[in-house]
Design a protein around this ligand. Structure first.
Ligand SMILES: C[S@@+](CC[C@H](N)C(=O)[O-])C[C@H]1O[C@@H](n2cnc3c(N)ncnc32)[C@H](O)[C@@H]1O
Length: 213
C-alpha cells in the first residue's frame, strides 16, 4: 500500500486557487513589469546557463524572464503546488513557442531544494519567502547558487495593498529591514528597485538584486 505524503496548508491553498490566482496576475500586468525590470539587468545568461524560479507558482516570473529576452539552457520552475505548476505548464503549451521548451516544472520545497550546491547561474524568487522562515529560505537559495551569481528577490513591501494580500493569501510579510539584514549574511546587496507607481506590482512589491558571496 502506498501512503501519499500529507499536503501542507500552503500547498492545499494554492492547489485550490491556482486558476483564479493566475487570472488575477494576468490582468494586473505583473509579467510585463517583471520583464521590463529584468531586461534592464546584465544577468550574463548564455546558452549554458541554468536558472531557478523558486516558488514559481503559475509561472509569471519565469515567463517574464523569457520575455525579457534571456535564453538560458534550462529554467527549473519549482513550486509546492501541483495545480499551480499544471496551470504554468498549460500556459507554456498554449503559447506554442520553442522558447518555452527549456522550462522544466518541478514540484518541490524551497526549504530543501533537490539540487547540489552551486548548481544555478541565477535564481529568481517572487512572493515566496513570506511563507517560510527568512533565514532558512535565503540560506537554501544561496546554497544552490554559484558564487558571484545573482538572486533576483521580489518581496512584499509594507503597504496597504501588501496588507490586504497578506490577509487574502495567508502569508506573513517580513519587514524589509529584516530581508536586507538576513540577505547580507549570504549575499552582497547590489541594489534595490521600486517599480513605477503606475504599475500595479509596485503597490505591493519591490526588488532586491543580490550577488552570492
Ligand atoms: C504568491 S505566490 C507567487 C508565485 C509566483 N512566484 C508569482 O510571482 O506569481 C506564492 C507561491 O509560493 C509557493 N510556495 C510557498 N511556500 C513554498 C515552499 N516552501 N516551497 C515551494 N513553493 C512554495 C506557493 O505554492 C505559491 O505558488
Amino acid at each position: 500500500m502506498s501512503i501519499k505524503p500529507k499536503k501542507s496548508k500552503t500547498q492545499n491553498f494554492y492547489d485550490r486557487i491556482a486558476e483564479v490566482h493566475h487570472f488575477a496576475l494576468q490582468i494586473n500586468g505583473y509579467e510585463k513589469s517583471v520583464a521590463k525590470y529584468l531586461r534592464s539587468l546584465d544577468l550574463q545568461i548564455d546558452s549554458d546557463s541554468v536558472v531557478l524560479d523558486a516558488g514559481s507558482g503559475t509561472g509569471i516570473v519565469s515567463k517574464g524572464f523569457y520575455r525579457a529576452g534571456f535564453k538560458p539552457r534550462k529554467t527549473i520552475a519549482l513550486d509546492l503546488s501541483r495545480n499551480s505548476l499544471e496551470v504554468a505548464r498549460k500556459q507554456v503549451l498554449k503559447e506554442r513557442s520553442d522558447v518555452w521548451d527549456s522550462i522544466c516544472h518541478v514540484q518541490g520545497n524551497v526549504l530543501s531544494l533537490p539540487f547540489e550546491d552551486a548548481f544555478f547561474d541565477t535564481v529568481l524568487t517572487c512572493g515566496v519567502l513570506e511563507y517560510i522562515p527568512l533565514d532558512e529560505g535565503l540560506r537554501e537559495m544561496a546554497r544552490v547558487l554559484k558564487p558571484g551569481s545573482k538572486l533576483v528577490l521580489i518581496p512584499i513591501k509594507p503597504s496597504i495593498v501588501g496588507s490586504v494580500l497578506e490577509f487574502l493569501y495567508k502569508f506573513n510579510a517580513h519587514p524589509i529591514k529584516d530581508v536586507k539584514r538576513v540577505a547580507q549574511k549570504y549575499f552582497n546587496v547590489l541594489g534595490d528597485f521600486r517599480f513605477p507607481i503606475t504599475e500595479p506590482i509596485s503597490w505591493s512589491k519591490m526588488i532586491f538584486l543580490l550577488e552570492k558571496k
